[in-house]
Design a binder for this molecule. Structure first.
Ligand SMILES: Nc1ncnc2c1ncn2[C@@H]1O[C@H](COP(=O)(O)OP(=O)(O)O)[C@@H](O)[C@H]1O
Ligand SMILES: [Mg+2]
Length: 317
């Protein structure tokens, strides 16, 4: 069966269509949302955060510039008036309580909200100075340059090789596909574990390996940016560590934006952190807002807003 005829292959050939339609993971068995702030002692967080430079963005190119960005569903804003720059070769973490619009905002970075009926993005997002939502911009090319990794590992029901080769084939990057697949798997720190079984199904791998396979799949089309939406939240601690280590090495070549509900993770991996919260209007309407962003070492140690302080010290709900 050819790739394009595979019943589980995405229609129109954008891998993101299929990934996009994944349901949000359920709350855990305790009935709590998995995005409750973890109860790390504040001292541990400040210790981790102090490992980062206090001027990470200095001299770095701006990759994304968000100017008054509001994302709405069916006319109701889910996150509003975000002003934020993302800098090259840094890890930027998005933290904040469940429902504050982290995923919604992240999806606007590679036009995945285009695929959601009723979703609308207002304001301006420039990517290397170009209007990302401009009429002349091809969203498929946008998603090649700006890859995404989701909360639940979601390999295609194909071989390990074909998972990684999927994007290059789709984009006509067929020159020396074997080398490209090997390079992507090596960058994703998975090559040594799978090089002798490339024909096995991607679904035969462990959860942590599957997530690295998804990272390799994103890297295979030579992106510039990697968006990661809670990439380790479904993984065990060792696999989580592997993803964190990978983030550290990948930032040498890529710009990374990572959503995490785990503040220790943000304090460990992120150079810059953005904290979001939910504003409750008088009429009860809830909307996400960017409270503050800055060097991780500042945000965790000297937050400038009391809402950030409450969240990072675990006093938040
Ligand atoms: N596809 C969608 N359609 C309508 N509303 C949505 C959709 N996705 C998210 N929302 C709403 O937008 C708000 C922000 O959600 P989300 O971006 O998932 O937050 P977070 O990732 O911070 O938990 C929530 O109120 C959520 O219910
Ligand atoms: Mg989310």
């Amino acid at each position: 069966m050819s790739d394009t005829m595979h019943p589980d292959s995405p229609a129109e050939g954008t891998m993101t269509d299929q990934q996009q339609q994944q349901p949000e993971p359920p709350a855990d068995e305790s009935g709590q949302s998995p995005e409750v702030a973890d109860a790390a002692p504040a001292s541990r967080l400040t210790e981790l955060a102090s490992g980062h430079t206090s001027a990470p963005t200095e001299g770095r190119e701006t990759v994304f510039a968000l100017d008054d960005v509001t994302v709405s569903y069916n006319g109701i804003p889910a996150i509003r008036n975000v002003n934020l720059n993302i800098h090259r070769n840094l890890v930027t973490a998005f933290i904040g309580p469940s429902g504050c619009g982290k995923t919604t905002l992240l999806r606007s970075f590679n036009r995945l909200n285009d695929l959601i009926p009723g979703a609308a993005v207002d304001g301006t997002i420039t990517y290397h100075g170009y209007d990302l939502n401009g009429d002349d911009v091809d969203p498929v090319e946008v998603r090649r340059r700006i890859g995404m990794v989701f909360q639940r590992p979601n390999p295609f029901p194909k071989s390990i090789y074909d998972n990684v080769a999927f994007g290059p084939r789709l984009h006509g990057m067929k020159d020396d596909l074997d080398a490209r697949v090997e390079r992507a798997l090596t960058h994703a720190a998975l090559w040594d574990e799978v090089k002798d079984r490339l024909k096995q199904s991607g679904l035969s791998l462990s959860g942590g390996q599957q997530q690295r396979l998804c990272i390799a799949r994103a890297l295979a089309v030579e992106p510039d940016v990697l968006l990661m939406d809670e990439p380790a939240s479904a993984l065990d601690p060792i696999s989580t560590q592997a993803i964190e280590d990978l983030t550290e090495s990948l930032k040498q070549e890529y710009t990374i934006v990572i959503v995490t509900h785990n503040m220790q993770q943000a304090a460990r991996v992120a150079d810059v952190t953005a904290f979001y919260s939910v504003d409750v209007a008088e009429g009860g309407g809830r909307c996400g807002v960017l409270v503050e962003h800055g060097p991780t070492s500042e945000l965790f140690i000297r937050p400038s807003d009391p809402r950030t302080e409450a969240y990072v010290t675990g006093r938040f709900g």
